[in-house]
Ligand binder design. Structure first.
Ligand code: UDP
Ligand code: MG
Length: 343
């Protein structure tokens, strides 16, 4: 063709032949002492990923990233073996056991540069893998975060059901917004992860922090199964710790409550002082009673109020020390957002 260089022609042919780009998915799987369950579930994840690739929903370059959270058994060796046999499997290893939340974060931060979307899932087969495809569908229709929500708690004991329900209620009352019955099975786009990287806190409660980033979100419900092998690493003590961490790392409402209580007790204390004085003037008391009551009421109120005021300042320091971004811009009129897939 006259006037057209070879490069131009090559580009024309290329544009013509390139199939529609597809999002590149990394599945993030935290593993801690999971040597019994990993050989069972790794092929399941692989199969599900292959299904999504064949259906043309995600790029063929998609990967499964295992995060070994300082396991003491042969989990890391199993991961290395998987990676040797199949390039779809990748693994990173933490220097020591840091806990589930940190393991997921390590995986997400590792993945964000390489992929367009991540799905975090437990490695014990409790989360239904077939929900992944529905998560990707939701992403393709515009959501940047897709929460996996349990449709029922049939597989849980009565005790676990009651404690879990109270946990979500308490979290919401105390001002930490969490999606009901959502654990750590979710799709997060790399766009959200880029912003999330600016959340610098050390106390992690991912399920409460991701909603703070914003962007359009959706949920997908799934049936949670029994663990396929091995045993849970979340005994009651760790669950309570997670709940406590969740509340204190997301909200300063408990401090406000102490301050409020201080105010109320001070008021009651003031009334108590008045009452004690009146009783003393009427001569209806033994010597010394009124002064003791006055001191008790006065000090009780003042102390709690002071703790509340100091707490308010500590709360401010706590929020400042997180160095969270003060705003996140999702789009500009002169820079409309478009998805460019890395695959
Ligand atoms: N896990 C982890 N580090 C830990 C504890 C757990 O990476 O210190 C992983 C574990 O391998 C699993 C997921 O976190 O993939 C959820 O743990 P588990 O199944 O024991 O918790 P449960 O489902 O009973 O709440
Ligand atoms: Mg589990």
């Amino acid at each position: 063709m006259a006037g057209q260089t070879e490069k131009d022609m090559a580009e024309t042919v290329n544009t013509y032949e390139t199939p529609a780009p597809k999002p590149l998915l990394w599945i993030i799987v935290p593993c801690y002492n999971e040597q019994e369950v990993l050989p069972v579930t790794a092929p399941l994840f692989r199969e599900e990923l292959e299904k999504m690739i064949s259906a043309g929903k995600v790029s063929r370059k998609s990967r499964i990233l295992f995060v070994n959270d300082g396991s003491a058994d042969s989990t890391w060796e199993i991961i290395q073996e998987l990676a040797r046999k199949d390039e779809t499997f990748l693994g990173i290893c933490q220097s020591r056991n840091r806990g589930h939340q940190n393991a997921v974060l390590a995986g997400l931060m590792e993945a964000r540069e390489h992929c367009d979307i991540t799905i975090s899932i437990d490695c014990d087969g409790q989360d239904d893998v077939s929900a992944m495809e529905r998560m990707v569908d939701a992403y393709l229709s515009g959501a940047e975060v897709v929460y996996g929500v349990r449709s029922s708690r049939k597989s849980d004991s009565f005790f676990k059901r009651i404690t879990a329900r109270s946990f979500y209620r308490l979290m919401n009352v105390l001002g930490a917004e969490v999606v009901y019955d959502h654990a750590d099975y979710r799709l997060v786009s790399s766009r959200v992860l880029q912003e999330f990287a600016d959340f610098h806190e050390v106390n992690l409660f991912l399920r409460g922090m991701i909603p703070l980033v914003g962007f359009p979100s959706a949920s997908v419900s799934y049936e949670r199964q029994e663990r396929m092998a091995g045993s849970s690493h979340y005994p009651l003590r760790k669950m309570l710790q997670l709940a406590f961490d969740g509340i204190t790392s997301l909200s300063v409402k408990p401090i406000n409550m102490i301050a409020g209580l201080g105010g109320i007790i001070s008021l009651i204390g003031f009334l108590g002082v008045l009452w004690a004085i009146i009783q003393a003037v009427r001569g209806a008391t033994v010597a010394g009673w009124a002064s003791i009551i006055c001191i008790v009421c006065f000090l009780g109120g003042i102390q709690l109020l002071s703790i509340g005021v100091i707490g308010e300042y500590i709360g401010k320091i706590y929020l400042e020390s997180k160095h969270r971004p003060r705003y996140i811009i999702s789009e500009r009129t002169w820079e409309p957002y478009e998805r460019h897939y890395k695959g």
